[in-house]
Design a binder for this molecule. Structure first.
Ligand SMILES: *Cc1c(COP(=O)(O)O)cnc(C)c1O
Length: 427
């Protein structure tokens, strides 16, 4: 099994050298627990895999996966750049020390005030539509301003329909057939188009769609290069690299993946007689997904038509199972040596019947008070959490050097309501 699971000598789940059950006792549940070393290892593995075959390579961490400021700072220390999809992500990245030229902004349906805000922050804009290009040209002086375009490589892939971002049904990118025209228009408007970007989806463990996307993006880039004379400073093939969530899934053979994709990339550069641009990739999930677990406590067990294990978090805390039908592996953190004994439904505490973390999940005999660890909760987990049911956002704990450090306090009730104001006539 390729899941990232370690066990202590007393058969508890281990996170970054610490006992997960002790972390739960000390900090309470629900808590997201982040393993600093795992993020650093993931980054190094990813960076080394591609730079080995194409040294002029930069990693742009797609920070919508996890914007905890400690996570961002760890990746900044490792040398990562940032892929931002909103002005808020640009704001926090800059504040934490990422320089403007280390941030690429890939917005979608962005309004003028936001285009301006991001431009003023000194960030390179990766433009997603002709509309955005024309509007940007009106609100700033485009003279010599470096920009990039997101193209739709007509290949899509991902773990769920919602996560497929290429192909005719996708709202993202400009069409391959209009690329030459759009790059020419950018030049006419005075911009300096230096990059091309594609991103086909998320949660990809099969190397084939990624190769197809590189091939198709390179064909678009080659055509633009030949017909407009643009020499690209960078080519960006997005992120989407998956991690195993189920015990059956295998980790991607990253070295093979990098080699095959880089062979193809270099072949295409030659084919179109292009200079060597910097390669950008934008992993999100791959860097942080398996570095966190969500610790929850079993607070009630109900034997009705089915057996329900009730825990103290819900889809307000971790949305992926309810939103994407995602599988998250779940272990009983205080019973790691026990064999599976029954199949149970693991239900959250939100008043919605879709609030389930798992159906028919084999687990050891579970009792009230047990601590469950929902694994692979580092990406698209806390960042999708909400206050639904008026529950505070939970704590986040960073495990670093065998210490557990609170990196986000649990919200108070007043935090939830702080921006509301009572109209005069109701006071
Ligand atoms: C979400 C996103 C990514 C990262 O996707 P992962 O599946 O987390 O690697 C990269 N680039 C863009 C533009 C994105 O929107």
């Amino acid at each position: 099994m390729d899941l990232n699971i370690k066990t202590t000598e007393n058969n508890h789940l281990e996170i970054g050298g610490l006992d997960a059950v002790k972390i739960a006792e000390e900090h309470g549940t629900p808590s997201y627990v982040i393993d600093e070393n795992r993020i650093r290892d993931n980054y190094k593995r990813f960076y080394n895999a591609f730079s080995k075959y194409y040294p002029d390579f930069k990693v742009f961490y797609a920070c919508k996966a996890n914007t905890n400021i400690a996570v961002l700072k760890i990746l900044e220390e490792e040398g990562s750049c940032i892929d931002a999809v909103s002005p808020g992500e640009v704001y926090i990245s800059k504040k934490l020390g990422f320089k403007g030229d280390k941030i690429l902004f890939t917005g979608n349906n962005i309004k003028d005030s936001e285009l301006k805000e991001v431009f003023d922050a000194g960030v390179i804009l990766n433009i997603d539509s002709v509309s955005a290009l024309k509007r940007l040209a009106e609100i700033i002086d485009p003279d010599g301003v470096k920009i990039s375009f997101r193209v739709n490589p007509m290949v899509g892939a991902g773990h769920h329909d919602h996560c497929i971002t290429g192909g005719v049904m996708s709202k993202f990118g400009i069409m391959d057939s209009e690329a030459v025209e759009v790059y020419n228009l950018a030049k006419e408007l005075g911009f300096n188009p230096v990059g091309m970007h594609s991103h086909i989806g998320s949660g990809i463990l099969d190397p084939e769609p990624f190769k197809l996307a590189i091939e198709s993006t390179m064909d678009i880039a080659g055509k633009v290069h030949n017909e407009t004379g643009i020499e690209f400073e960078f080519l960006d093939f997005g992120g989407g690299i998956g991690i195993p969530y189920t015990p059956e899934e295998k980790v991607l053979d990253l070295d093979k993946f990098a080699k095959e994709n880089m062979d193809l990339f270099k072949k295409k550069l030659k084919e179109y007689d292009m200079n060597k641009p910097t390669l950008y990739l934008e992993p999100g999930r791959y860097l942080v997904g398996d570095a966190s677990v969500l610790l929850v406590e079993v607070n009630s067990i109900k034997e009705s038509y089915r057996k329900f294990i009730g825990v103290d978090a819900g889809f307000n805390t971790l949305l992926r199972p309810a939103m994407y039908d995602s599988y998250h592996h779940i272990v009983v953190a205080n019973k790691m040596n026990e064999e599976n004994a029954e199949e149970v439904d693991i239900a959250g505490n939100v008043c919605e019947s879709g609030d389930l973390f798992a159906r028919d999940r084999p687990l050891p005999k579970v009792e009230e008070g047990d601590i469950l660890a929902i694994l692979n909760a580092g990406a698209y987990s806390f960042t999708m959490a909400s206050n639904y049911n008026t529950r505070p956002l939970p704590k986040e704990i960073l495990v670093s050097g065998k210490k557990s450090i609170v990196v986000r306090e649990k919200q108070s009730y007043d935090d939830i309501f702080q921006k509301q104001t009572m109209p005069e006539h109701l006071k």
